[in-house]
Design a protein around this ligand. Structure first.
Ligand code: GLC
Length: 532
């Protein structure tokens, strides 16, 4: 039998550290808080956790602006706290993936501070992307940025420094982009990877993995989007700063760094690219081990769309010998409950989509709070902290980052000590969504997800990676996973407005809603797992 690395079928639970658990009463989650609540993840049945950045940072983008890649911000604890958390995770049988942010640093990073005091053309500036501006008049007075690229967070992607040069930042001005044509940048990041690998981490989540290489000459774009509008798969596919061929050489080098360590260390790319084929290039056998399938996340609540993404994904990853990696939620996108319509309908759909995802072959990522069916919170504008919204680049991502409700009847619901106001306030309605509350309710989303993960682990022993999509009408996603040593698993999701006959599909073993099945018929907005 061939060796299957641990990540190939793993369910990974995303911990947004700021919002998971606050151990020291400052209203912000931290590593000691994570440590204290790791047994919750083990009990949920996940195989791994991914931790968002906890490195020293001025927090201009909540930690995705890293000032030192090889330390812990006092806001989140110390390196000793990290080691203790890692040891506890491993004791519980959980793997740990940490975020690496290689496209840009913080403007507080020592290298960028050195670049600011150095002169144009210097070795210090060559670690970032500094350029002269456009000369608009005969005297050569430079008044315009070097090109027309827009920052994802709104406004030009360039900021001018006092000597007249401009530096590139695809995100916040506090996040200057590195120049990955510079060998020093490669060496620095490979040292960072080894630093965390030596401490024992099992893998990395690579932030904006598709952004590191820019097209030669930094050409203008033809159709810059107005501020406030987000790119879709099509616009993403034609930008000179996303998904450039040179990016793959970086991951081939990283592959070799990881391969020098035992126990299947891995990296997953956050690559928002144009097509499943483009995504599959990141998981070629000599590159990253996984890449988030954002086409799945971007599908509407529609069996037809889910089916199309499923077929396109499998067709794209199969030729490179990779397995797919499914995701519906993370700290950057509206929560599924709200995205699929909100209220009880949105919740029913979110539970059904999650069940369908967990039945698919490959690996799956679950974002903290998704297992509780948390909805998006409408954070009042004065309390919003997301630079994407503050700078006019797009919707506020604060609403999916509201701290976890653990227990009790009122905020902060055990996230912080009583009386502490968390960095984003939790709504009063969350009293019935807490972990404590859901543990007592047999029909809760939490207990559904626990059952799904337990069953998934059981079934994995007998199921293969093969999948056959069944034709049950345009509004039905139905597939079967034959087992070489057991009966197949059949999963059916109904996005129609009427119930559908599933009486021939075998024994129901898990339903997304207590009322999902009546007389062999699957209700709208529901999903069921059957054993044939
Ligand atoms: C990624 C992160 C996001 C961050 C951005 C810039 O998309 O997930 O939160 O704002 O990169 O680092």
């Amino acid at each position: 039998m061939t060796h299957a690395p641990w990540w190939r079928h793993a369910v990974c639970y995303q911990i947004y550290v700021r919002s998971y658990a606050d151990s020291d009463g400052d209203g912000v989650g931290d590593l000691r808080g994570v440590l204290a609540r790791l047994s919750y993840v083990a009990e949920l049945g996940a195989d791994a956790v991914w931790l968002t950045p906890f490195y020293p940072s001025p927090q201009a983008d909540h930690g995705y602006d890293v000032a030192d890649y090889r330390d812990v911000d006092p806001l989140f604890g110390t390196l000793d706290d990290f080691d203790a958390m890692l040891a506890q995770a491993h004791r519980l049988g959980l793997r740990v993936i940490v975020d690496v942010v290689p496209n840009h640093s913080s403007s507080d990073h020592r290298w960028f501070q050195e670049a600011l005091t150095a002169s144009p053309g210097s070795r210090e500036r060559a670690r970032y992307i500094f350029r002269d501006g456009h000369a608009d008049d005969a005297a050569g007075t430079t008044t315009r940025p070097p090109n027309n690229w827009r920052s994802v967070f709104g406004g030009p992607a360039w900021t001018q420094v006092p000597d007249g040069q401009w530096y590139l930042h695809l995100f916040d001005p506090g996040q200057p982009d590195f120049d990955w044509t510079n060998p020093q940048v490669h060496a620095e990041f490979e040292t960072t990877l080894r630093f965390w690998l030596d401490r024992g981490v099992d893998g990395f989540r690579v932030d904006v993995a598709h952004a590191l290489a820019k097209a030669d000459g930094l050409p203008d774009i033809d159709d810059p989007l107005p501020d406030g509008e987000l790119e879709d798969a099509q616009t993403r596919g034609r930008r000179p700063y996303w998904d450039q061929p040179a990016v793959h050489e970086i991951y081939r080098r990283w592959h070799r760094v990881l391969a020098a360590y035992p126990d299947d260390r891995m990296a997953i790319g956050e690559a928002w690219v144009g097509t499943p084929e483009a995504m599959a290039r990141y998981v070629a056998p000599d590159e990253l081990q996984q890449c988030f399938n954002f086409h799945w996340l971007e599908a509407d609540w529609s069996a037809q769309e889910f089916r199309d993404v499923l077929a396109a994904t499998l067709a794209a990853v199969e030729p490179v010998g990779a397995s797919p990696t499914w995701v519906l939620s993370n700290h950057d996108v509206e929560r599924t409950v709200t995205r699929y319509g909100g209220g009880s309908v949105g919740l029913a759909r979110a539970r059904a989509a999650l069940l369908a995802m967990l039945a698919l072959p490959g690996s799956a990522y679950v974002y903290q709070g998704e297992e509780l069916g948390l909805p998006e919170v409408d954070v009042p504008p004065v309390e919003r902290q997301d630079p994407q919204w503050l700078r006019g680049g797009g919707p506020s991502r604060d609403g999916c980052r509201v701290p976890m409700p653990w227990g009790g009847d009122e905020p902060p619901y055990g996230f912080s000590a009583d009386g502490v106001t968390p960095w984003l306030r939790q709504p009063a309605e969350w009293a019935t969504l807490t972990v404590e509350h859901q543990e007592r309710d047999p029909s809760s989303t939490l207990l559904l997800v626990r059952s799904a993960l337990r069953l998934r682990r059981e079934l994995l022993k007998s199921l293969g990676d093969k999948i056959e999509v069944l034709d049950r009408g345009s509004q039905v996603l139905a597939f079967t996973r034959p087992g070489p040593t057991g009966p197949p698993l059949v999963c059916v999701l109904n996005s129609d407005t009427v119930a559908i006959d599933t009486s021939d599909l075998g024994e129901p073993v898990l339903r997304s809603h207590p009322a999902a099945l009546t007389d062999g018929h699957l209700a709208p907005d529901c999903a069921v797992w059957f054993r044939d």
